[in-house]
Design a protein around this ligand. Structure first.
Ligand code: CAA
Length: 258
């Protein structure tokens, strides 16, 4: 297995678990952490034995943002030339379903990382925010775009302009998170959801993710046609035959990922 410095990586059955592990910096997302996280999840994406991924942090912090100390002294041209944060796009291109299990602070890049995931399961101690405005900047890992799509203009403007944190209850009410659970069980709940997903046909799950994400890129008519074509394509899989046969025979399906 690959060795990482900033994350812990394990596989539990068909679920990959990646834990951000920079407790001294509340899991601030420096460049090295980004590269390790992207490498770890990319390997899981292409591993047929892994059907879903959980990304989590510590009880105190999912991630407190991009690493402020790493960026503070940089100039414009350096940020531009290095295309700072560009590497995160590699995570959003992966096809495997990804669940963020969020306890504590998910701020700035931490909130943005959670929003790059497909499902957010939040502990009741979670705090979400885009406080970049307090640093004289704005979100840089997609926050102004993904937050606005998730919660609408009213809440997004409130959060991005004031830097105010919202708690788990407000996040769920606003449509930012999928579920809120007691903080003590947030990883268990995320792993359970991931196990459910990982037991499905992996190609079907990847295409389901792609189809939902297409809703953010396409008009309705085009998106509905895209969905229908993808639906048709799944009739080329053995898993479709198995899934429908299992239904008729009143038994659980056994998907093979082909
Ligand atoms: N970058 C670098 N280091 C960070 C950090 C960050 N984003 N967040 C916390 N840390 C460090 C602190 O500097 C501190 O280190 P030292 O002990 O060496 O001083 C350590 O983590 C513990 O943090 P605190 O002592 O501040 O812990 P606290 O409990 O008092 O406060 C907090 C917690 C409210 C989350 C506070 O740490 C905080 O406000 N963090 C910054 C949040 C933030 O502004 N995030 C946005 C970053 S910019 C960004 O993300 C851009 C983007 O769009 C991608």
């Amino acid at each position: 297995a690959q060795q990482f410095e900033n994350i812990l990586v394990e596989t539990r059955g068909r679920v990959g678990l990646v834990t951000l592990n920079r407790p001294q910096a509340l899991n601030a997302l420096n460049k090295a952490t980004m590269e390790e996280l992207v490498a770890a999840v990319t390997a899981m994406d292409s591993d047929p034995e892994v059907g879903a991924v959980v990304i989590t942090g510590s009880e105190k912090a999912f991630a407190a943002g991009a690493d402020i100390k790493e960026m503070a002294a940089k100039g414009y041209l350096e940020m531009y030339a290095e295309d700072w944060f560009r590497g995160w796009e590699n995570l959003t291109r992966l096809r495997i379903p990804i669940i963020a299990a969020v306890s504590g602070f998910a701020l700035g890049g931490g909130c943005e990382l959670a929003m790059m995931c497909d499902i957010i399961i939040a502990g009741d101690n979670a705090k979400f925010g885009q406080p970049e405005i307090n640093l004289g900047v704005i979100p840089g890992m997609g926050g102004s775009q993904r937050l606005t799509r998730a919660v609408g203009k009213a809440k997004a403007m409130d959060m991005v302009l004031t830097g105010r944190f919202i708690d788990a209850e407000e996040a769920e009410r606003s449509g930012l998170v999928s579920r809120v659970v007691p903080a003590a069980v947030v990883i268990d709940e995320a792993l359970k959801a991931a196990e459910l997903i990982a037991a499905k046909s992996k190609p079907a799950a990847m295409l389901a993710k792609e189809a939902v994400n297409a809703a953010f890129e396409m008009g309705l008519a085009q998106g509905v046609v895209f969905e229908r074509r993808v639906f048709h394509s799944l009739f080329a899989s053995e898993d479709q035959k198995e899934g429908m046969a299992a239904f008729t025979e009143k038994r659980p399906p056994e998907f093979k990922g082909r």
